[in-house]
Design a protein around this ligand. Structure first.
Ligand code: GDP
Length: 195
């Protein structure tokens, strides 16, 4: 599969603003700063499709991107910073729950985890939540260029164990800097969107 066209559609805070098209959709979740925007830019071969910033606490919206005029990619609001309340009663939780529970065309979620760090309580809770709602999930391990390849296996094992994920859940090692794992991510998206 090749991503030839990518276009920003809308930043939504409520279902009324979601695109009405019933195109297959895949969403990205992860802590703020984990590299969601960088992954979107890399797989779309764009510099600034999704805004990237080294500053945490960006606007909390659901950002929809139209890919090849046939599917959507959705960047969900990041979690894990002090200014983002954790409880499901919070604005963040309500927005996430509204989207994940009701979006009929949602085909799967990519959960991003930084290769350097053990998953946080928020990461574990999010993973359990996705499993509870029986949403197809894959784990993308980001910023692979930050550690040596010799340490990959140990970090992947630690991440899988901490998340306590089932053996059938795939993990992909990715770097927006080097492009490592880019084709694997695109193949996974193709599978989720189209099969
Ligand atoms: P987001 O908040 O999840 O959208 O994260 P961003 O994509 O904005 O990235 C947060 C910071 O991490 C930025 O300074 C990026 O340049 C940096 N970053 C993201 N991906 C990578 C990567 O694969 N390698 C390295 N070295 N830095 C990355």
């Amino acid at each position: 599969y090749r991503i030839l066209e990518s276009e920003y559609v809308i930043s939504a805070v409520a279902p009324a603003q979601y695109p009405e098209l019933e195109w297959p959709e895949v969403a990205l979740v992860g802590r703020s700063n984990v590299g969601k925007s960088s992954l979107i830019n890399k797989i779309c071969n764009r510099k600034n499709l999704a805004r990237t910033s080294s500053r945490p606490g960006k606007t909390q919206t659901l950002n929809f991107y139209r890919i090849n005029n046939e599917v959507h990619l959705v960047d969900l609001p990041g979690y894990g910073y002090a200014n983002v309340p954790k409880s499901l009663k919070s604005t963040w939780g309500k927005m996430m729950e509204q989207y994940l529970k009701s979006r009929a065309q949602l085909r799967g979620v990519l959960q991003l985890i930084d290769i350097r760090h053990s998953p946080t309580k928020d990461d574990v809770a999010m993973n359990e939540w996705l499993a509870h709602f029986q949403i197809a999930t894959a784990v993308i391990i980001t910023k692979a260029d930050k550690i040596s390849k010799g340490r990959y296996a140990q970090h992947v094992k630690e991440i899988r164990q901490t998340l306590n994920i089932a053996p059938h859940i795939p993990t992909i090692i990715f770097s927006a800097q080097t492009g490592e794992g880019k084709e694997d991510v695109i193949e996974l998206l193709d599978h989720l969107w189209h099969y």
